[in-house]
Design a protein around this ligand. Structure first.
Ligand SMILES: Cc1cc2nc3c(=O)[nH]c(=O)nc-3n(C[C@H](O)[C@H](O)[C@H](O)COP(=O)(O)OP(=O)(O)OC[C@H]3O[C@@H](n4cnc5c(N)ncnc54)[C@H](O)[C@@H]3O)c2cc1C
Length: 436
């Protein structure tokens, strides 16, 4: 008898599996219908030996020291600040729009104070900010809206910004200085040996059994369990009884190029040209050194894997109906991006899962001393941490873990490729049962 059947081995399901097994001694069966763990964060080595993200670039960033400390138990980190250029008017300029973007685009030499005046002169204030178009035009005026946002948003969402919630573009800040980082979070880093390896470490516990390539519906009547944690799409769980919740999807086109560097930034956005929205070059993210390089083009589309909940009021209303059903379903806990129909980043899903764990374990906060003893070594991001009131503050530079066998510096990830595949094939630390 399993204490928990967990549907979905992404961040939501895996964090809960880890906590329930290691923190509370529960027996857990973790099921995913994909052939791998790690959900959308899954990364692997392509045929050329370059580490790529199968479901598009995943950049880790958070302001939560608790989330960063928790994940640091399962990975070392590589400091990484994400940068994006946008192809506009035949030039590559920093995105989000900053002082350099405007000076380069218009051939000006403004300083920060003058830039504020510049924006004030072109902004078109709106009495009520209702749509994404209102957000952008009220901040930077119509011309920059047309150059950077309108067509990108149309491609990304299949909708004009005037038909999209204000929340979509309020995520895109405008900078008065020359800061060209895409994110400004306190903690910005990538798992040194990739997300999949981090998940393998997380799920390496005798109380966790993993079944891949298995839809939970195929086994739900056959395997006894006490409670379920469901991280799949909430509408699917209820057989779409109120209709389908709309999602935007992506087609990915991967390419390997026979030179070591392809483009001048990790991501180049194409707001106005091409059917794809952006091109990502993975080696910038992973720090891997390799004679070849791999990139991915993203083509937004309406059919395919559910990636982005479409933020429109009628969809929020539809979700509310499913949420009411979910609340009335005893013994099933709905957690994660798909089960709560929210665009959550990885850190937000981790935080949500840790909060659910706290509730399931009777309000007890997760503690560092629940965790296994690992080897720690000098690390990358010094940041003081304090998790529970009754614990000593911990410093991440003391807590990031390192297997004794792992090379300390990410000079060449290729040897890990073989280890990584062994682990996925079931000969490594993680016990994985693939359905026949
Ligand atoms: C293109 C893209 C880029 C992103 N980039 C970033 C980024 O840069 N930074 C960031 O923080 N976040 C990013 N995210 C968000 C990130 O992917 C999510 O926050 C995270 O993956 C959510 O984890 P989850 O466990 O809720 O869902 P998922 O990772 O989707 O996991 C759910 C799992 O449930 C499984 N499942 C569903 N139904 C069933 C079933 N019936 N039976 C068995 N298994 C089932 C699925 O196969 C899936 O593996 C990005 C998302 C996308 C789509």
């Amino acid at each position: 008898m399993f204490d928990f059947l967990i549907v979905g081995a992404g961040f939501a399901g895996s964090v809960l599996a880890e906590r329930l097994a290691r923190g509370s001694g529960k027996k857990v069966l973790l099921i995913d219908r994909r052939t791998h763990i790690a959900g959308n964060a899954y990364d692997h080595y392509d045929d050329a030996g370059v580490l790529i993200h199968k479901y598009g670039p995943h950049i880790f960033h958070t302001n939560s020291k608790e989330v960063f400390a928790y994940l640091s138990r399962f990975t070392e980190w590589r400091p990484y600040e994400h940068r994006v250029l946008a192809s506009v008017d035949g030039q590559l300029v920093p995105m989000p729009i900053n002082l350099d973007t405007i000076n380069k685009l218009y051939g000006l030499t403004l300083n920060s104070m003058q830039l504020e005046d510049f924006f004030a002169s072109i902004a078109e204030p709106k009495e009520r900010i209702l749509t994404s178009e209102d957000v952008v035009i009220s901040k930077v005026g119509r011309q920059l809206y047309e150059k950077f946002f309108r067509n990108y948003t149309r491609k990304q969402w299949g909708l004009d910004p005037s038909d999209l919630d204000a929340s979509v573009t309020s995520r895109v800040p405008i900078r008065m200085n020359r800061d060209d980082r895409y994110f400004t979070d306190t903690y910005q880093a990538m798992p040194l040996r990739g997300y999949t390896r981090m998940f393998e470490n997380m799920l390496d516990h005798p109380n966790i059994k993993i079944m891949l390539n298995t839809d939970y519906r195929d086994v739900v009547g056959l395997i006894p369990y006490r409670e379920m944690i469901y991280t799949g799409p909430v509408d699917e769980f209820f057989d779409f009884c109120y209709g389908k919740l709309p999602y935007r999807s992506l087609q990915f086109k991967f390419e390997t190029i026979n030179k070591s560097v392809y483009q001048p930034a990790p991501v180049v956005n194409y707001p106005n040209e091409h059917a794809y929205t952006r091109v990502t070059e993975f080696k910038y993210l992973t720090g891997q050194e390799h004679g070849k390089t791999s990139i991915v083009y993203e083509y937004p589309c309406s059919q395919g894997d559910p990636y982005y909940p479409v933020p429109r009021p009628e969809n929020a209303e539809l979700y509310k109906k499913y949420r009411t059903l979910a609340e009335q379903t005893p013994g099933v806990h709905f957690v994660g991006r798909l089960a709560t129909y929210k665009y959550y980043n990885m850190d937000q899903v981790t935080a949500q899962a840790l909060t659910v764990y706290d509730k399931l374990s009777g309000g007890k906060k997760f503690r560092f001393d629940d965790m296994p003893v690992r080897t720690y070594y000098q690390v990358l991001l010094p940041c003081p941490l304090s998790i529970a009131d009754d614990e000593q503050p911990v410093t991440v530079s003391q807590t990031v873990s390192q297997d004794a066998t792992t090379p300390a510096i990410n000079k060449n990830l290729t040897p890990v490729h073989a280890q990584h595949n062994r682990a996925l094939n079931g000969n490594g630390a993680t016990r994985i049962a693939n359905k026949a």
